[in-house]
Design a protein around this ligand. Structure first.
Ligand SMILES: [Mg+2]
Length: 270
């Protein structure tokens, strides 16, 4: 009974949503595959010093340690790769290979922004009815550059680039813009950054998984009440979901059979 009541409450929250915030990396545009490609290149480059699995594990540990110093993004990743290369090579990695790692960083920062399929159409449909925001974490210069190069800026009322996306950060953003938690929906690919803290502050969260996710962004699903968030297969499903949220079941990627009672669209509400 309590679980059913929470589900009903979640549906009510969706009816009240006035502001939709989108994560950027791997929600609006492709990001993680580039990190994995560079990681793979470096693992092969350093293969003479240790086996790839142990280098990858060491890199992940270095990245976790370095988040507190460098934050998220390409620059922290490259510094962590250099630190890992120096450690596994015990000083024997050539300056040419170290330069290659530096070059990878510059290539990543200059890489074209590749939007995920259908993003512009979704934003075009939603921006007329909702206040739209971007809430992303990472390097300020890189995220600003990608935002500008994406040509998506006109769709958004606000763009927030944060050093971390936790409960305190979301509460600060909502306070800054005068948004109540029950009016706020976050959409993103990361359970750790886009779903868990949003659910914990009483807002609505929509998970749109991407093909590849950095393991740092994973959390145990049991840490999140399954009645408080929903998973969609693609962002293109979001407008239909907002029109008929009861059609979707929480935690499922496929819509259940349509419920005609739920078909009045909240788009008219704003
Ligand atoms: Mg993301």
């Amino acid at each position: 009974m309590e679980k059913n009541e929470k589900k009903q409450s979640g549906m009510e929250n969706i009816r009240n949503v006035r502001v939709i915030a989108f994560d950027a990396d791997d929600t609006l545009w492709v990001n993680e595959p580039m990190f994995r490609r560079v990681e793979q290149e470096c693992l092969e480059m350093l293969g003479g010093y240790a086996d790839p699995a142990s280098i990858r594990a060491q890199l992940f540990a270095v990245e976790q340690k370095n988040i507190q110093f460098f934050g998220y993004g390409v620059k922290g990743f490259i510094l962590s790769l250099l630190e890992t290369a120096l450690a596994v090579g015990r000083g024997r990695v050539s300056h040419i290979d170290l330069q290659r790692i530096m070059d990878y960083g510059q290539q990543m920062l200059a890489a074209p922004v590749v939007l995920l399929d259908g993003i512009e159409g979704v934003l075009e449909a939603l921006c007329l009815q909702y206040r739209l925001m971007v809430i992303t974490k990472g390097d300020l210069v890189d995220q600003e550059s990608k935002m500008t190069r994406s040509n998506l800026v006109p769709f958004f009322d606000h763009v927030e680039i944060l050093s971390e996306k936790d409960e305190a950060a979301y509460n600060r953003v909502l306070r800054k813009h005068g948004i109540a938690a029950h009016e706020f929906m976050m959409v993103g690919n990361s359970l750790r950054s886009d779903i868990l803290p949003v659910v914990n502050i009483g807002a609505t969260a929509v998970h749109v998984p991407f093909e590849t996710t950095w393991e740092h962004e994973d959390v145990c699903l049991s840490a999140i009440d399954p009645s408080e968030w929903v998973t969609l297969s693609t962002l293109a499903e979001l407008p239909d979901f907002l029109c008929s949220p009861k059609v979707w079941d929480h935690g499922e990627k496929r819509p259940k059979q349509a419920d005609p009672v739920a078909m009045d669209c909240p788009f008219q509400a704003y």
